[in-house]
Design a protein around this ligand. Sequence first.
Ligand SMILES: Nc1ncnc2c1ncn2[C@@H]1O[C@H](COP(=O)(O)OP(=O)(O)OP(=O)(O)O)[C@@H](O)[C@H]1O
Ligand SMILES: [Mg+2]
Length: 350
Amino acid sequence: MNNQLQTIQDIIQQIDLLSQSDKDVLMKAIKDADLQFTITEFKLDRTEKVKRTTAILLEETIEELEQKRKAVEDSHEALIKSMEELKATQSQLVHAEKMASLGELTAGIAHEIQNPLNFVKNFSEVNTELIEELKEEITNGDMEEVKAIANDIADNEQKIIHHGKRADGIVKGMLQHSRTVTSDKEPTDINILVDEYLRLAYHGLRAKDKNFNADFKTELDKTLPKIDVIPQDIGRVLLNLINNALYTVSEKSKNNPDNKKYKPLVSVSTKKTNTQVEIKVTDNGNGISGSILKKIFQPFFTTKPTGEGTGLGLSLSYDIISKGHGGKLSVETKENEGTEFIIQIPIITS
Ligand SMILES: Nc1ncnc2c1ncn2[C@@H]1O[C@H](COP(=O)(O)OP(=O)(O)OP(=O)(O)O)[C@@H](O)[C@H]1O
Ligand SMILES: [Mg+2]
């Protein structure tokens, strides 16, 4: 029994004024109190033990959590590192792809530059002759003729300047194409871009394969507003889509040399809808089968023979349209009948 209670009990026993029955009642009350006391003590003791166990468990959990936090931190660092490596690889790949498509473009560009250069050369030759004539007429003293010849020379000079500028523009465009830094968006006439890249793609392919021939059709919406895009990026998308289309129609006609009815056709159309500009590149080539269709936007997926395609064309095009311009690149195809790629770019003008 609890010491204090024992003392109280002893005192009660010694009080003579109390009758035995009163003492019995009090003793019983004290015993009950003692029992309650013991139970409470026991409960307290148990709570204390639970508290201690919980504290130990808590400490262990904290330690475990700390270890996990460290592990997460480590893997986070590893992730950041591999992401940086991935970014570096990606930009190398983008550069490699740009250089590859630059190669494809070179033939087209050479053709484009040849034309203004011919003008420059011819008008310069004519001017050389005119200057000789001019000297003669000065000697003859025929000032009317001198004036007429001088005017002709001046006219030719204007033409030389004009065609020189054209060649300059083409070279500048070529340099822009090979640049790795992302350039700024600028208001762009998509119809002009389509026209330009269609010609570049066609001449590029013709330079590789003289026998190749395909019909081209353009349906360009004259009401198309200028939209803010990165022209050389959209140009790359167009070039890739047109090249893919030309490739499939040329394969189809190579594989069916006896089919006189097959006329390879690649068409490009532009259209303005309420909120966007839509560009469609359509071919009547082989189409894309279901199992391949799922993969065409994956980087490095190609069905072209080794060395002919990197398989990056469509994946880069997809990124340029979606991430670069907030648009959509989708495809509709029917096996053996042909394919249509649809570019949708929201109209945002500055
Ligand atoms: N118009 C199309 N008709 C049929 N198949 C197509 C067409 N466009 C793309 N494909 C298929 O999608 C694949 C991937 O195209 P993508 O442009 O990404 O790479 P690639 O043309 O093979 O190589 P790269 O563009 O790097 O030269 C092609 O290999 C081809 O199988
Ligand atoms: Mg391609």
